[in-house]
Write a protein that binds this ligand. Structure first.
Ligand code: PMP
Length: 303
């Protein structure tokens, strides 16, 4: 991990090495932390954050679902993100706001513990590798399953959910793959350990509906791009064998951006190379985030 200089904690910019929490912080024990992953890109007009408003709104939706009161407004957090990027003098970075419950009471039900906000930014290249973005990755269907819609509230982005993602990711890596694909409790394709998934068949895109998956902001961006390009898209459930016989597949996510999937469970997808529709969407996406496509300039917040 590449360190930066300052981390924003409850309104103060503190040195990276001093950005500490108490070991009895509630979130550390029970996993109820709310977070976002956001990217800032270097553009010809300076650093620009991709879909900052939507990310901050999602953080507040997570808080609404879990009935936590974030002691800042959406505008406060927008300004704090900008301030943190400026303070670290970064042109391109990953941005991680985290709402966490402080120490005080223990046990699952606490009323008086503080609700805290930290915002860290640091340089983070392609999550699934530059080679993965260009040439595609190899994926394994996980033996671990996404939670039922009445266990995890999938619309919220919660720290504790990522233990299942870590099981899946570890299994995939240790078995020699790059990433995991999780199924939902009924056996339909759900999403990656930290990405939404799309397949292409007969020139049409398909992505999993908003049931057991996170409502990805990159996913939504892909849907908008596909609409503008006249590419037909459905949000409907599909099975792993439909993915096996798809012509193309890709993951979408803030960290993973648009990463082609060229193999699933040792079955090549299409001809085993990133497909034409995937490459087209990837190209438009990267132009958009870099401020090179005016149609999507409303997605960028300049610092
Ligand atoms: N699903 C999961 C489980 C994720 O962690 C992420 C990353 N936030 C996504 C999907 C993609 O969401 P987004 O495009 O908003 O980053």
């Amino acid at each position: 991990m590449v360190k930066s200089e300052k981390i924003w904690m409850n309104g103060e910019l503190v040195d990276w090495d001093n950005a500490n929490v108490h070991v009895l912080s509630h979130t550390l024990h029970y996993g109820l932390g709310l977070f976002e992953g956001i990217r800032c890109y270097d553009t010809a007009s300076g650093p620009a954050v991709f879909r900052l408003d939507e990310h901050i709104q999602r953080l507040f939706k997570s808080a609404h679902i879990f009935m936590l009161d974030i002691p800042y407004s959406e505008n406060d957090i927008t300004l704090a993100v900008k301030e943190t990027i400026k303070a670290n003098n970064l042109k391109e970075c990953y941005i991680r706001p985290l709402v966490y419950i402080g120490n005080g009471g223990m046990g699952l039900y606490v009323e008086d513990n503080s609700i805290n906000l930290a915002i860290a930014v640091w340089p983070w290249g392609s999550y699934l590798g530059e080679d993965g973005i260009r040439n595609g990755i190899r994926v394994k269907t996980s033996s671990f399953v996404r939670s039922s819609v009445n266990s995890n509230m999938a619309r919220a982005k919660v720290s504790g959910y990522y233990v299942t993602s870590q099981l899946a990711k570890r299994e995939a890596i240790l078995c020699g793959f790059d990433e995991a694909l999780l199924l939902d409790p009924e056996g339909y394709v759900s999403e990656g350990s930290g990405e939404n998934v799309f397949i292409v068949r007969h020139g049409r895109l398909k992505t999993t509906p908003l049931t057991s998956i996170l409502e990805g902001i990159t996913r939504e961006s892909v849907i908008e791009i596909a609409g503008n390009e006249g590419i037909e898209l459905t949000e409907s459930r599909f099975t792993r064998d439909e993915a096996y016989i798809s012509d193309e597949a890709f993951f979408s996510g803030t960290a993973a951006e648009i990463t082609p999937i060229i193999e699933l469970d040792k079955r090549s997808i299409g001809n085993g190379a990133p497909g034409e529709i995937t490459k087209k969407i990837q190209h438009i996406f990267f132009d958009a985030v870099k401020g090179k496509n005016k149609k999507y300039s409303h997605w960028l917040t300049y610092i």
